[in-house]
Ligand binder design. Sequence first.
Ligand SMILES: Cc1ncc(COP(=O)(O)O)c(C=O)c1O
Length: 355
Amino acid sequence: MNNTDIQLDIKKAENSRIDQVDFSNLQFGKINADHMMYCDYIDGAWQTPQIVPYGPMEIEPSAKVFHYGQAVFEGMKAFKDEEDQVWLFRPEQNFERINTSSKRLAIPEFPKDHFFTSLTTLLEMDKDWIKKGEGNSLYIRPFVIATENGVSASESNRYRFMIITCPAQAYYNKPIKVIFAQEYSRAADGGVGYAKAAGNYGAQFYPTKLAKAKGLDQIIWTDASSHEYLEEAGTMNIFFRVGDKLLTAPTNDRILDGVTRKSIIQLAKDTNVDVVVEKVSVKEIVNAAKNGELKEIFGAGTAATVVRVDGFEYDGTYYDLPTIDEPYGTFFKKSLQDIQYNKVKDPHGWTVKAF
Ligand SMILES: Cc1ncc(COP(=O)(O)O)c(C=O)c1O
């Protein structure tokens, strides 16, 4: 990648933990690679990024992140191809999005050279943790937290930007069942739904727990004011196939502008799939399910790439989706993964060699 020579302070782990890891049996996000990066914001400036062995760190109990939730994060992946080259998928999008999220939470933006130099150095140091093969990747979690101590409700003047990584296999290995939200909301107009703010996720756990108690896996969030339009899932954007049309909601200030979503929209255009980016009404989808026109629903996001929905609950009724030949979801998942693992020519210049 094109990095300027910014200075990093590096302290290598004395011993790698890699031999203790069973890479064929990974629980998503549980195991971390040997190193992590942190960079502090002090007195109005981001300091020298540090790469150190992964491990606990000291933080004061009065740090503002614990009290006011001033925290944002990102999710991206590094992929290894058959020649052991390591690739990132549209990493600039994640870099820009974390700064969009930071701005909304009054967190200072992180410099691009700090981000890419430390990310690529970290990946090179932990390259053995990136395994080849379909579904395998190193999940990358950049995040920023407010570290100033003091329990007064105001923005922090100290922050820590960090990058940790976790080896990952495919996120969901079976189709999911969802419920369309009618009571709770994920995001409101003028709020932080479009940001990857930590609080957006914490607020979903309770309604999701209720859904899980009914045997459903996830919630498809609807607009907060009317609950009439389908917006996105907890960690994925969502696509509906009605007849041969592929529908997805336009982004707005309640919806995360997903990298996978925008890549699928582009791939759909490339392959002459009739993709419609317009508000998707609950009524339209329920009617399509009733009259057999609803062929597919799938979620799209970095962690899962694409995951099939095999049914949804709405207003107390469960609607099963049919099993169809040549689903769009499978096609787009394969098309994306072929690009991500450098198996095919990347027509849009999305993949970037990490080092
Ligand atoms: C709320 C939400 N929507 C959508 C997505 C999908 O975005 P992306 O494709 O950039 O991973 C994510 C995951 O980052 C998410 O957390």
